[in-house]
Design a protein. Structure first.
Ligand code: DHB
Length: 304
C-alpha cells in the first residue's frame, strides 16, 4: 500500500510533507539532525553566503502579538565552513536543502555549485529577506532579476532549485512566473512580511536594524492568499510557509495549492514536536475524508 503522506517535490522524495523552514534551527549539522529525528520530511538550512557575516547588532528578535519580528542580518559562517560541519555529522536522514543568498546572479551560481559539490540535495534561493541591502527582496521584487538569478544558478547545477519569494510585492504571482521561466523547480511562499515594533516609553525602534520581518500566525492569511494566487499562474510545485503550527494550517495551505509546507516560528512556541503533530493530524484528516494520498488535497480549494 502506498504511504498517504509521501510527496515528491521536483524529484525530491519526502516521507511526509513537512519541512523545517530556513532561518530557524538550521544552524548546524547537529540541529538539522535533531529536526529530522523529530519528524520533518526535509530540512532547510539558515541562509548561507559566500563569506562569513556577523549580522546586525542586538536586539535581533522581538516577540509581538501573533508572531516574531526578526532582523538578524544574515549572520552565517560562509557556505564552505558550514557544509564541512554538516558533512562531519552525516546523520541527517532526510533531504537537506541549502538556503543561499548572494549579491549578484554570478555569486548565486558560484555558491550553488559549492553547495552541490558538498553533497546537498537541493537549493533554496533566498531572494526575499525583507531588509538586507543589495540582496534578498531587493532582488526578489524585480521579476527580471529573479529570472536572471534562477537562470544563472540552473545553468551550473543539476539538483532541484527552489525560489523563496517575498510577500512584500504588488503581484507575487508575476514573480513566481518569472522564477518558473528562469527554470525554478519549485516556489517557496512566503518569506517574512516587512514589519517593526517601537518601545512606547523610550519611543525607540526595538530592533537593532529598526525594520525586520514578521513571521508566525499573524502572517498566515497573507501566505495562504499568496499560495492561492501563485497556484493559478505556475505549473511547478509550491511549498507553503508562513504561520503554520497545526495540521489544520498545513491542510489549509495544501488546499490553497501547496504540495508541502515549511514550519519555523512554531518551533519556538511548540517545540520540535510540531512536525509529528502536524503529520499525524494530516494523516487522520486524510483517513476521515477518504483520501488515499495527501497529493489529492493540493489545490482543492480552486474547485470551489
Ligand atoms: C534574515 C531574515 C530573513 O527573513 C531572511 O529571509 C533571511 C535572513 C536575517 O535577518 O538574517
Amino acid at each position: 500500500m502506498v504511504n498517504p503522506l509521501t510527496v515528491e517535490i521536483a524529484g525530491l522524495k519526502l516521507a511526509n510533507p513537512t519541512m523545517l523552514a530556513a532561518g530557524i534551527l538550521g544552524m548546524s549539522g547537529l540541529t538539522l539532525e535533531r529536526v529530522a529525528e523529530a519528524g520533518a520530511g526535509a530540512v532547510v538550512t539558515k541562509s548561507l553566503g559566500l563569506k562569513s557575516r556577523s549580522g546586525y547588532t542586538n536586539p535581533t528578535v522581538v516577540q509581538v502579538e501573533g508572531g516574531l519580528i526578526n532582523a538578524m542580518g544574515l549572520p552565517n559562517p560562509g557556505i564552505e565552513y558550514f557544509l564541512q560541519g554538516v558533512q562531519q555529522t552525516r546523520e541527517v536522514k532526510v533531504p537537506i536543502i541549502v538556503s543561499i543568498y548572494a549579491f549578484s546572479p554570478e555569486d548565486f551560481a558560484l555558491i550553488a555549485k559549492k553547495a552541490l559539490k558538498m553533497g546537498v540535495d537541493a537549493l533554496e534561493l533566498n531572494v526575499s529577506c525583507p531588509h538586507a541591502e543589495g540582496t534578498g527582496a531587493e532582488i526578489g521584487q524585480d521579476p527580471r532579476l529573479v529570472e536572471e538569478v534562477v537562470k544563472e544558478v540552473k545553468r551550473g547545477v543539476d539538483k532541484p532549485v527552489f525560489v523563496k519569494l517575498t510577500p512584500n510585492v504588488v503581484n507575487i504571482a508575476e514573480i513566481a512566473k518569472a522564477a518558473e521561466k528562469g527554470g525554478a523547480d519549485a516556489i517557496t511562499a512566503i518569506n517574512t512580511v516587512k514589519a517593526m515594533a517601537i518601545d512606547v516609553e523610550t519611543a525607540k525602534p526595538i530592533l537593532g536594524n529598526k525594520i525586520g520581518g514578521l513571521s508566525g500566525p499573524a502572517i498566515k492569511p497573507i501566505a495562504v492568499r499568496c499560495v492561492y494566487e501563485i497556484y493559478d499562474e505556475v505549473k511547478i510545485p509550491i511549498i507553503g510557509c508562513g504561520g503554520i503550527s497545526t495540521w489544520q494550517d498545513a491542510v489549509e495551505f495544501m488546499e490553497a495549492g501547496a504540495s508541502a509546507v515549511q514550519t519555523g516560528t512554531a518551533i519556538a512556541t511548540k517545540g520540535l514536536n510540531v512536525f509529528k503533530q502536524v503529520t499525524d493530524g494530516i494523516e487522520a484528516f486524510l483517513e476521515k475524508k477518504g483520501f488515499g494520498s495527501v497529493k489529492e488535497i493540493v489545490g482543492l480549494s480552486h474547485q470551489n
